[in-house]
Design a protein around this ligand. Structure first.
Ligand code: SDX
Length: 424
C-alpha cells in the first residue's frame, strides 16, 4: 500500500481517497469512504472495480500474460501437472518432491464418493444436462461432511480442498455415465489424475481400458489451462457466497451455476454448436457478418474477453494441444478444425475484431480437442468446472482465512418513489 491519494469533487465537497499499488497491474482507489458522503460508485459489470486483494493469479490483458503465483501459464502447461498446479494455487509455492508426492497420494485417497451419493444421480432424468447434475451433487456434498465444515478451522478447510479436488473427476465422469445409461466406474489409485478421469469416462466393467497417454497428457493440460483466472464471474460468485459464511461445497456449487452461462464457461459448448452451425468454410463470411451486426444477437463464441485485449495465452497452448491430439487420432483434416482455423484467420484480419481487440479465448479450441477425444459437447463445461474447482476453492480459502466482510453492493435506484396504497 502507498500514501498516494485521489481527490474527488462531488458538488461542493472535495473527498480525498487513498490509492493503493499492488506488485503488478493498475493502482486502485479505495472508495469505501464514499458511503459516508452519501454517494456510491456505479460500475455494472464491474469493468473498473477491484472487488478484493489477491495473491493467486495475475492477468495482463494487454500483453496476454497469465501468472499463477508468479509462474507463466505457458511454463506450467509445459513443465508441471494439474495436481502440482493445484498445490501451487492453494499454498502459494511449488511443492518439494516429498510434498508433491504426499499431495498426489492424499488426493488419490479421497477420489471415492459416499455410496449414498449414487442416489442423487437417480433423481435426475437420463437426459438432464450434466451441469444440472453436477450443480446438485456438489451442493449435496455438504450433507455428507457437515461435521467438518468449520470455515474458521484451517485443517478442516485443507481437508475440504483435498476432497473437492479429488472428487470432482468422479462426479464429472458419473454425470456422463448416468446420461448414457452406463454403470459408474470407480476411481483407480494406480492411474494419474487425468488417466483416472479418462478411465471413469470411457472404461466399462466389460473389458480392460488403458488410457491413451497422449490424450491423458492433453486432458491434464486442459485441466491446467482452466484451473484459475483471477476474479472472473464464477470466482466472484464463489467469493460473494463465501462472504456470507456459507459452507465451501455450497460456494463451489454457486460457482458451477455461474460458469454454466454461454458468455462464460458455457462458451466451449457454444463454440462447437457454432462450428456445427457454420457447417462449411463457405459459410464463414455470413457468420462473421452476423457477429458484427448489432441487431443480431449472434456472437462469435470463443472470441473476445473482458480482460484480454490480446491473444489469451491459454488459447495459444490449447491450439498447439489441439493439433497434437488430432494428429495422434489421425484427424488432422477434421472439418471442425478446418472451419475453426479459417474462422480465426478471417476474424483476426477483420477491422471489427481488430478495433475491438477480439481474439480467440480459452474456449475456442478446447471443445475441438474434447470432441476429438470422444467427450460429448454437453460435458465440456462440466470439465471446465472440474478444472476450475481448485481456482474457486483457492480464492474462497484466501478470503475466509483473512479479514473479510459480507459482500453487499448498493444500487442506483430509478424505481417509483414513495406513494400511498389507494384507499378507495
Ligand atoms: C471465459 O472472465 C474470465 O476470465 C472468463 C474466462 C475464465 O477463465 O474464467 O476467461 C472464461 O468466460 C472466456 C469467455 C468465453 N465467452 C465467449 O467466448 C462468448 C463470446 N464472447 C463475448 O460474449 C464477450 O466477448 C465476453 C462476454 C467474453 C466479454 O464481454 P465484455 O467484456 O462485456 O465485452 P462486450 O460485450 O462489451 O463487447 C465489447 C464489444 C461490443 O461491441 P460494441 O458494442 O463496442 O460495438 O465487442 C463486441 C460487443 O458486441 N463483442 C463481440 C464479441 N465479443 C465482444 N462481437 C462479436 N463476437 C464476440 N464474441
Amino acid at each position: 500500500m502507498t500514501d498516494k491519494k485521489a481527490t474527488l469533487s462531488v458538488g461542493d465537497k472535495s473527498i480525498e481517497l487513498p490509492i493503493y499499488s499492488g506488485n503488478a497491474g493498475p493502482d486502485v482507489i479505495d472508495v469505501r469512504a464514499l458511503a459516508q458522503h452519501d454517494v456510491f460508485t456505479y460500475d455494472p459489470g464491474f469493468l473498473s472495480t477491484a472487488a478484493c486483494e489477491s495473491k493467486i493469479t495475475y492477468i495482463d490483458g494487454d500483453k496476454g500474460v497469465l501468472l499463477h503465483r508468479g509462474y507463466p501459464i505457458e511454463q506450467l502447461a509445459e513443465l508441471s501437472d494439474y495436481l502440482e498446479v493445484c498445490y501451487l494455487l492453494l499454498n502459494g509455492e511449488l511443492p518439494s518432491k516429498e510434498q508433491n508426492k504426499q499431495f498426489h497420494d492424499t488426493v488419490k485417497n479421497h477420489t471415492m464418493l459416499h455410496d449414498q451419493m449414487r442416489n442423487f444421480f437417480n433423481g435426475f432424468r437420463r437426459d438432464a444436462h450434466p451441469m444440472a447434475i453436477m450443480c446438485g451433487v456438489v451442493g449435496a456434498l455438504s450433507a455428507f461432511y457437515h461435521d467438518q465444515m468449520d470455515v474458521t478451522d484451517a485443517r478442516q478447510r485443507e481437508i475440504t480442498g483435498h476432497r473437492l479436488i479429488a472428487k470432482m473427476p468422479t462426479i464429472a465422469a458419473w454425470c456422463h455415465k448416468y446420461s448414457i445409461g452406463q454403470p459408474f466406474m470407480y476411481p483407480r489409485n494406480d492411474l494419474s489424475y487425468a488417466e483416472n478421469f479418462l478411465y471413469m469416462m470411457f472404461g466399462t466393467p466389460c473389458e480392460e481400458y488403458e488410457p491413451n497417454p497422449v490424450l491423458a497428457k492433453a486432458m491434464d493440460r486442459i485441466f491446467i489451462l482452466h484451473a484459475d483466472h483471477e476474479q472472473n464471474a464464477s470466482t466472484s460468485t464463489v467469493r460473494l457466497a463465501g462472504s456470507t459464511g456459507a459452507n465451501p461445497y455450497a460456494c463451489i456449487a454457486s460457482g458451477i451455476a455461474a460458469l454454466w452461462g454461454p458468455a462464460h464457461g458455457g462458451a466451449n459448448e457454444a463454440v462447437l454448436e457454432m462450428l456445427a452451425e457454420i457447417g462449411d468454410e463457405a459459410n464463414i463470411e455470413t457468420f462473421i457478418a452476423k457477429a458484427k451486426d448489432k441487431d443480431d444477437p449472434f456472437r462469435l463464441m470463443g472470441f473476445g474477453h473482458r480482460v484480454y485485449k490480446n491473444f489469451d495465452p491459454r488459447a495459444k497452448v490449447m491450439r498447439e494441444t489441439c493439433y497434437e491430439v488430432l494428429a495422434e487420432l489421425g484427424l488432422e483434416n477434421d472439418p471442425l478444425l478446418r472451419i475453426a482455423t479459417r474462422l480465426e484467420q478471417i476474424a483476426l484480419e477483420d477491422e471489427y475484431f481488430i478495433e475491438r481487440k477480439l481474439y480467440p479465448n480459452v474456449d475456442f479450441y478446447s471443445g475441438i480437442i474434447l470432441k476429438a477425444i470422444g467427450i460429448p459437447t454437453s460435458m465440456f463445461t462440466v470439465i471446465f468446472a472440474m478444472s476450475r474447482t481448485i481456482g474457486w476453492f483457492s480464492h474462497w480459502n484466501e478470503m475466509v482465512s483473512g479479514d473479510y466482510r459480507i459482500g453487499r453492493p448498493r444500487q442506483l435506484y430509478t424505481g417509483a418513489t414513495t406513494r400511498d396504497y389507494p384507499q378507495n
